[in-house]
Design a protein around this ligand. Structure first.
Ligand code: HAM
Length: 437
């Protein structure tokens, strides 16, 4: 039986792989103009990093991590032994924890330094139940800015994210930007208590998991997918009524920058996001139609305590990530197609085996000159070579054959106008390298 790709994964076939490359290049362009530079971190990290960074009580860490034990350690475990914590590795479910770990490890933000502005693009792994827009391996593009707590960082990030979506073709009118503030370590504990008390008072109307969450991490109840819980939580206390003065001012300033840039947003005081590291600003971008329940194409926020959680000195941070596959679904919903792959410039055809070496040599020469050149590798007839050239979108076909060779020429056919002309063999490369009239 044929083996298919694992459930929840997707192959990016050439047309899409080319689009993914362009998508990343657009991100580098848009984010690069705000000073963000590429960083690459490993796709797996010590499990402990995610437990401490993202939070043990989050779904991402408690239910969705792909945790691996490498060969020798697996044998040790199976035979009843124990392995060191640093040998417990997990595929990254998101990029922030790894980037913050790298910033701390390499001291990228020494005291008094300018903020580190970093961007990344690559696969993330979450063992979720696959459905449309939800995969087990998916691609994210993200940014992290470490070392500045000014609200201008948050606004700059949100504005450039919205610019990016538009640059890849997602219509602004199809997106909704939700913003909220999660408060800080001064104001959030009291708010958390208030939510816990609220859940306890409505325990009978809420699911078992939310009742458990009340003790462990009550704010997670805002994320519960159970409709009854969601209805109850609509009446829960709002964080925006509990913000301290500093957090309120920070939030107001972020919003004023967005207003000044004419970036429309909706305030959503129930937006808490699924990761525990957030403080102050949180936001999410949703697509309003055609995406079903997995309609968040990106999101992020501020995480001023995360660097300390993973062993670094206090370093405020802000970032976001966007889901590539969901952006593709949003583009499909908006009727935007992948751009066509670039076609072949010249197809080098041959009438018989004698001429095959000439076609091969010309293809090599043209490629060296920077053209996209193709030729037959399957012993096709000349007619079938023309069919293939057509399929590949070749602009011109060069035919080598005994008659042509006897006259010291090859026939060059313009596939758009169907014009044919003989070109001396020693002038071929030069003629073909010129752009078509
Ligand atoms: P997140 O909201 O968990 O945030 O993920 C960001 C985006 O990744 C989502 O909005 C969605 O588009 C996409 N995504 C998430 N899970 C899946 C999945 N299973 N299948 C397909 N797409 C998915 C983070 O990951 C944070 N690290 C963002 C951040 C950066 N916050 C601060 N800095």
């Amino acid at each position: 039986m044929a083996i298919n790709a694992p459930e929840g994964t997707r192959d990016l076939l050439p047309a899409e792989a080319a689009f993914w490359t362009r998508f990343k290049a657009t991100a580098q362009d848009v984010f690069g103009r705000c000073g963000y530079q590429l960083i690459e971190t490993p796709v797996f990290e010590q499990t402990e990093l995610f437990v401490r960074g993202i939070g043990e009580a989050t779904d991402v860490v408690s239910k969705e991590m792909f945790t691996t034990i490498s060969g020798e350690n697996l044998k040790t475990l199976v035979s009843g032994g124990t392995v060191k914590a640093k040998s417990r590795l997990s595929l990254r479910p998101e990029g922030t924890a790894g980037v913050v770990r790298a910033v701390v490890q390499h001291d990228l933000v020494p005291q008094g330094a300018a903020p580190a502005k970093l961007m990344y693009a690559g696969p993330m792994f979450r063992a979720e139940r696959p459905q449309k827009g939800r995969q087990r391996q998916f691609n994210q593009v993200g940014i992290e800015c470490l070392g500045a707590e000014e609200p201008s960082v948050d606004a700059e990030g949100i504005i450039m994210l919205m610019r990016f979506y538009e640059a890849v073709g997602i219509p602004r009118a199809s997106m909704r930007l939700l913003v909220n503030s999660m408060g800080c370590e001064k104001c959030r504990p009291a708010y958390r208590e208030a939510v816990r008390d609220f859940i306890c008072a409505h325990a009978a109307d809420m699911c078992e998991e939310c009742n458990r969450r009340a003790e462990l991490n009550p704010l997670r109840a805002f994320d519960c997918k159970n409709e009854q819980c969601a209805a109850v939580m609509e009446q829960a206390p709002k964080i925006t009524d509990h913000l301290c003065d500093d957090c309120r001012e920070h939030y107001e300033t972020v919003k004023s920058y967005l207003d000044a840039a004419s970036v429309a947003y909706v305030e959503d005081p129930t937006l808490v996001r699924g990761l525990d590291y957030y403080t102050r600003t949180v936001f999410e971008v949703q697509v309003t139609e055609g995406m079903g329940s997995q309609n968040a194409i990106g999101g992020g926020g501020r995480y001023d305590k995360l660097a300390e959680e993973v062993g670094g000195r206090p370093t405020p941070g802000f970032g976001f990530a966007l889901g590539y596959e969901r952006c593709v679904l949003a583009l499909e919903a908006a009727g935007v197609a992948f751009p066509a792959l670039p076609g072949v410039d010249v197809f080098c055809a041959c009438v018989d085996d004698e001429a095959r070496a000439q076609a091969f040599a010309l293809a090599c020469e043209l490629r060296d000159a920077g053209l996209v050149a193709e030729l037959d590798h399957q012993h096709r007839s000349l007619k079938s070579q023309f069919k293939l050239a057509n399929k590949l979108g070749a602009a011109r076909v060069v035919v080598f054959g005994p008659d042509e060779t006897a006259q010291g020429v090859a026939t060059v056919r313009d596939m758009a106008t169907h014009e044919e002309r003989p070109v001396p063999l020693d002038a071929l490369a030069q003629v073909l390298a010129k752009p078509q009239a």
